[in-house]
Design a protein around this ligand. Structure first.
Ligand SMILES: [Zn+2]
Ligand SMILES: [Zn+2]
Length: 307
C-alpha cells in the first residue's frame, strides 16, 4: 500500500498555513446573524423535506457530541473562518439549486447518457441485487476519478480548491464547497440514468456520498485503523486535506479506499497523523469572494493549481 503517483514537491507553491490560525474567531453581530440564518435554513429544510439539508442537520446533531468527547485538534468552537463556513451552511438550499441546474445542463451536454443507453439492455437485465452492487461499485469508481481530476486538471482545481481552502476540519467545514465543484459528477449521473439504473439508487448514492463526505471531516481523534482499507474514515480524508506535498494528492476515494490502493494514491502512514490543512496558494476569506475566486483571471488563479 504505497503511493506511486504523487507529483514532485515543486508543484506545491508556498509554505503550509500557520497552525497559529487555530485561534477563536471574534464574536460579532454578523456571526450571530449567520448562525440564525443557518439555523433557519436547517429548520426550513426539515419542513420542506430537502433530503440533502436534512442529512446535514442530522449529521451536525450526531457529530457535535463526537467532537466534544473525542476532539483531536484543539480548535475552539468559535474558530477562525467559522463565519465563512456558517455562511455556506446557510446558503446550502440556494447553492444546491445552482448545482442542480448547472449539473442537469452539463449532464445533458456531456452526452454521457449515450454510452449509458448502450449499456441499458445489460443493466436492466440484471437482478435487482446485482444492479445495486454493480451500480455502487461503478459509481464509487467514477467518483474517484472525478475527484482526482478535480485536483489534477487546473480548471477543475479552481473550483475544488475552495473546498480544500479550509484550515480546520470539523463538523461544519465539509459544507464549504463551490456549487460548480459538484457539477463535475453530473456526467456520471447522466451515464447512470441513461443506463437505466434505478433512479432511487442513483439519487441515494449521490446523497450517501455527500453525507459520508461530510462525516469524514470531523475533528475526532479515533483512527478506526481496522477500517482503513475498507471504508473512508476521518483519518483517511484528513490526509487528503493535508497541505504537505507528499500527502496532498492522495486518498481521493469518497467511500471505498480500494480505488486509491488500486491506482497508487493510497496514503495512510501508521506512525504519522495529518497536522496542517489547507491549500498552498492563496484563497480569499468570505463566501462571496470564494464563490467568485474560480472566475478570476487565469494568471491570478493559477497560483493554486497543484497538479
Ligand atoms: Zn479533494
Ligand atoms: Zn473534504
Amino acid at each position: 500500500m504505497t503511493i506511486t503517483t504523487l507529483p514532485p514537491a515543486s508543484v506545491l507553491l508556498s509554505a503550509p498555513p500557520n497552525p497559529a490560525d487555530r485561534r477563536p474567531a471574534p464574536r460579532t453581530r454578523r456571526t450571530k446573524v449567520l448562525i440564525t440564518l443557518a439555523t433557519a435554513a436547517a429548520v426550513a429544510s426539515v419542513f420542506l423535506g430537502n433530503g440533502g439539508m436534512l442529512g446535514i442537520v442530522a449529521l451536525f446533531v450526531i457529530s457535535w457530541p463526537l467532537e466534544r468527547l473525542w476532539k483531536r485538534h484543539p480548535v475552539p468552537v468559535r474558530r477562525l473562518a467559522l463565519r465563512t463556513d456558517l455562511a455556506y451552511a446557510a446558503a446550502q438550499p440556494l447553492l444546491q439549486v445552482v448545482t442542480l441546474v448547472v449539473g442537469v445542463a452539463i449532464g445533458l451536454l456531456s452526452l454521457a447518457w449515450l454510452p449509458g443507453l448502450a449499456l441499458r439492455p445489460m443493466v436492466t437485465a440484471m437482478p435487482p441485487y446485482a444492479q445495486m452492487i454493480v451500480g455502487f461499485l461503478l459509481f464509487d469508481l467514477l467518483v474517484y476519478w472525478t475527484h482526482r481530476w478535480g485536483h489534477t486538471v487546473p480548471l477543475f482545481w479552481r473550483f475544488h480548491s475552495v473546498h480544500h481552502s479550509t484550515r480546520h476540519l470539523d463538523w461544519i467545514s465539509g459544507v464549504r464547497a463551490h456549487p460548480l465543484d459538484g457539477v463535475f459528477i453530473a456526467p456520471v449521473v447522466a451515464l447512470f440514468i441513461g443506463a437505466g439504473f434505478d433512479n432511487t439508487l442513483t439519487g441515494g448514492l449521490a446523497i450517501l456520498q455527500f453525507l459520508v463526505g461530510l462525516g469524514a471531516h470531523l475533528n475526532v481523534r479515533f483512527r478506526l485503523r481496522p477500517l482503513w482499507p475498507i471504508v473512508m474514515t476521518p483519518e483517511f480524508h484528513h490526509w487528503h486535506h493535508e497541505v504537505s506535498p507528499e500527502a496532498h494528492l492522495s486518498n481521493y476515494s469518497t467511500f471505498l479506499p480500494v480505488w486509491d490502493i488500486l491506482f497508487g494514491t493510497y496514503r495512510m502512514p501508521r506512525d504519522l497523523r495529518p497536522q496542517h490543512y489547507g491549500i498552498p496558494g492563496p484563497m480569499p476569506d468570505g463566501i462571496v469572494r470564494q464563490l467568485l475566486f474560480p472566475f478570476r483571471r487565469r494568471r491570478a488563479a493559477a497560483g493554486t493549481a497543484t497538479g
